[in-house]
Design a protein around this ligand. Sequence first.
Ligand code: ATP
Ligand code: MG
Length: 193
Amino acid sequence: MRYFILFGPPGAGKGTHAGAIAKKYNLRHISTGELLRAEIAAGTELGLHAQSLISAGSLVPDSVVEGMIEKAFDTIKDVDGFLLDGFPRTLGQAQDLDKILEKRGEKVDAVISIMIPDEVVHERIKHRATVEGRADDASDEVVSNRIKTYHNQTEPLIDYYKKAGNYHEAAGHPGTIEQNQARILAMIDKEIG
Ligand code: ATP
Ligand code: MG
């Protein structure tokens, strides 16, 4: 199995471009944000606990998302690998992912990073709030806190993966969705193959 990470700030377009990338390598796209929203919609205990953290723009505990990821690795077999979207998001999650994969005799094959500046995060999420109606997109204060959370807790992963030698970055703006997708796929072709 191959393990790809789709990385980037909120609103970078991870969910938008994941399908094309997953198709290219026959990967299963796993979005921890989507899995958490499904738990909330189903009204599970996990969902109830996650809801208050997500609606404040904070992260849920590492153990919660790691449990969901390990379950996916254990149960999904009909693909050539995984495209992890929104995971890992903390240094602890990145280190735990390395351990989880090491136990399986596997490793992170590539990090595909989509970069946009903070102003674009605000613009995109404001627009998305009118389309998707996600509670954590609706308030400027919550979006600002997600951006802060990204810089404080998630951005350090860039150095972590640069040191590991598997970090690859493409700009997620400006341009249309199609232009951005072409730019990202071209970067993947050139750097990952
Ligand atoms: P994007 O716009 O690229 O989809 P996002 O940050 O807007 O990214 P999701 O990735 O869907 O949204 O995540 C939504 C929320 O779910 C996060 O703000 C966080 O509270 C929680 N979450 C998702 N993944 C993780 C994770 N790996 N660790 C902790 N919390 C997470
Ligand atoms: Mg997403």
